[in-house]
Design a protein around this ligand. Structure first.
Ligand code: GLY
Length: 310
């Protein structure tokens, strides 16, 4: 297929407290670049943005470094409940699952629901779908997450969110936004949640506040879900681009507003012109991208709130 548009890709592995030490940066960079290389290769081969996003999310879910799929954090009752969503920018169609358990790749459920009349399912419905699709039961728990949960339980779950990154491991939502060679945009987001939350708490990740795309822009968010919902961040950035602001202006305005309200969050974004961006109010966002010429990332950006456009 002849390429009409230079494909673009940005992914993230969460946002939150600082990367501790150089080892942490290298480990996270290597994981993120493996996904960027594989998924950007698919886009160069003519893969649709939506399929590339699903594959990128699948790879990030399968990496125990990140808080989604395998390696998800545990909730207050010691269970893992995951949420994921997919938005096809061409069709302007959102689908997702909320608080699903015992499945390897929640993003695949969101993908299946793209063509369903009922496009967002919560725990019981999502479990029924897993059974209907005859997906193998899967335990996403890792020993490290279990040990972290035990340690936090002894402190009565005093932290507002599980650590995002440590020396050898990272935690945080994952997300992928792609622009394909036909100019189509898509966004996907997947998470194990905040960690230590009460049963029934709903993440932003399977809502348009946390994941949104249309023909003009696509955004995936990370950080404290309640803060992202309060800002309606992903949809706000996409609507601002749709209404004529540049991606840079949309991110700058949206993150200035979030910062003024002391939100703890981050987002990655792409627009239909090929602009790539990320923003954060948290100390770090684990973002990596391919702009058609080279790869880049946000891992050594300073801890101050900032917006970056490639
Ligand atoms: N942003 C992920 C969560 O708060 O659940």
């Amino acid at each position: 297929m002849e390429s009409q548009v230079q494909p673009k890709l940005i992914i993230h592995g969460g946002a939150g407290s600082s990367l501790k030490g150089k080892g942490g940066v290298q480990v996270v960079r290597s994981s993120l670049y493996q996904v960027v290389d594989a998924v950007y290769g698919m886009l160069l081969d003519g893969c649709a943005a939506r399929d590339a996003v699903v594959q990128g999310c699948r790879m990030l879910e399968d990496d125990p470094l990140f808080n989604a799929g395998t390696g998800s954090v545990l909730q207050s009752d010691g269970q893992i409940r995951m949420s994921a969503s997919l938005m096809d920018g061409v069709a302007s169609r959102f689908s997702g699952v909320i608080n699903v358990s015992r499945v390897q790749n929640p993003i695949e459920l969101a993908e299946f629901l793209q063509t369903s009349p009922d496009r967002v399912l919560s725990d019981l419905g999502a479990a029924e779908l897993v059974r209907e699709l005859r997906l193998a039961l899967y335990d996403p728990l890792t020993d490290q997450r279990f040990q972290e949960w035990l340690a936090d339980r002894s402190d009565n779950f005093n932290r507002k969110m599980a650590d995002v990154v440590s020396e050898s491991a990272g935690r945080g939502t994952i997300g992928v936004v792609a622009l394909d060679s036909m100019g189509r945009l898509a966004a996907g987001t997947s998470t194990g949640g905040k960690g230590f939350e009460r049963i029934g708490r709903v993440s932003d990740s399977a809502t348009p506040a946390g994941n949104y795309a249309n023909a003009n822009a696509g955004v995936s968010c990370t950080g404290i879900g309640e803060d992202i919902l309060d800002e309606c961040l992903a949809a706000k950035i996409v609507v601002r681009v749709t209404d004529g602001l540049s991606l840079r202006e949309s991110l700058a305005r949206s993150f200035a507003e979030a910062q003024s309200r002391n939100r703890d969050l981050g987002a990655i974004a792409l627009d239909a012109t090929g602009a790539i961006g990320w923003g954060k109010t948290s100390e770090v966002i684990l973002a990596a991208f391919h702009d058609g010429v080279s790869r880049g990332d946000s891992l050594e950006a300073g801890p101050e709130p900032q917006v970056f456009i490639v």
